[in-house]
Design a protein around this ligand. Structure first.
Ligand code: FO1
Length: 304
């Protein structure tokens, strides 16, 4: 059993590689829900959506969120009514949010409805939300505290970040701790450590369970830049250090047995074992190759 901790796009693509590299039913993903919020009365779980759509081969690779071949007629109508238009729910994507919200309103858990939606899309890996109850990421900025989506989408991640906190302390979802305990190894996908992986690590029992496991992270920094999103500016804002693979490894500290980094990004890394390679995933072949390399590297490390 392999466990992958994931946020949105980067983590989802790496996870897709792992699922292609191994029998899918031996892979469990634990997915960040700190980005979740209620919009237009619907519960939106962006990272779960991205993971689900990516594994099902349905994601819009260009846009980085939502479904391929999407239309936005419902949003246009909502705009006409004077509704909010800063967060776009596609017409087909709306089906996911409607069915999820209906199930939650009928007192089904997020884990249960996620398993149902994934099953319907033919996904054979186990996809677990990190928690069934809300844990909300709040970004403390120069302009005050902003809920994650307000900062990230509405404000385009512009207000400088002073801190990140998680409001709500839910229990890990059923199966999360057991999956980590049963894992041969745990991989952190190339996700933002502050807003994608840290919410998972903040849950009771997760760090303690990981401390007993071989953990390997894939760095989301390539040549001092983030492949996607605001990570490259968050690192200096939050730590005073330049964006680098070393900053990622320092952030995870003693949890890591190993780190997979972009070739040329090895500077300053001390502590975890290092595997340097091409980490940019442009194609499904890239995902599979990176996953195979990371698995080979991780399995070759002595258990911590
Ligand atoms: N990101 C945007 O930048 N703009 C959007 O309008 C938007 C809509 C959206 C709808 C559903 C969904 O699952 C994700 C959506 N995202 C959108 C992406 C998402 O909010 C962020 O990329 C993640 O939260 C960061 O991991």
């Amino acid at each position: 059993m392999i466990v992958v901790l994931s946020g949105g796009v980067g983590g989802a693509r790496f996870l897709d590689g792992v699922v292609r590299a191994l029998p899918p039913d031996t892979v469990t993903a634990i997915v960040n829900t700190g980005d979740d919020f209620v919009h237009l009365g619907l519960t939106i779980c962006p990272d779960l959506d991205t993971v689900m759509y990516t594994l099902a081969g349905l994601s819009d690779e260009q846009r980085g969120w939502g479904l391929q071949g999407e239309s936005f007629a419902a949003m246009e109508m909502a705009r006409r009514y004077g509704g909010p238009d800063w967060f776009s729910l596609g017409d087909r994507d709306l089906a996911t949010h409607l069915l999820r919200s209906e199930a939650l309103a009928a007192a089904q858990s997020l884990s249960t409805v996620t398993a149902r939606l994934c099953g319907a899309l033919g996904i054979r890996a186990r996809i677990l939300p990190m928690a069934d109850e809300p844990c909300r990421t709040i970004i403390d900025t120069d302009e005050g505290a902003l809920p994650f989506q307000e900062w990230f989408v509405r404000r385009r991640a512009q207000p400088p970040v002073r801190g990140v906190r998680f409001v709500g302390k839910p229990a890990p979802a059923p199966g999360v701790l057991a999956a980590i305990e049963a894992a041969e190894l745990v991989m952190f996908g190339p996700s933002n450590p502050y807003v994608s992986i840290d919410p998972i690590l903040s849950l009771d029992g997760v760090r303690a369970a990981l401390a007993k496991k071989r953990v390997v992270a894939v760095s989301p920094i390539v040549g001092g830049r983030a492949i996607k999103g605001p990570l490259a500016t968050m690192i200096p804002e939050l730590t005073g250090a330049p964006p680098s693979a070393a900053a990622i490894a320092r952030h995870y500290g003693a949890l890591l047995a190993g780190v997979v980094v972009e070739r040329g990004d090895e500077a300053g890394l001390s502590g975890p074992a290092v595997h340097a390679t091409d980490t940019i995933m442009r194609s499904t072949d890239d995902r599979l190759r990176l996953a195979n390399e990371a698995l080979l590297f991780a399995r070759g490390l002595a258990a911590t």
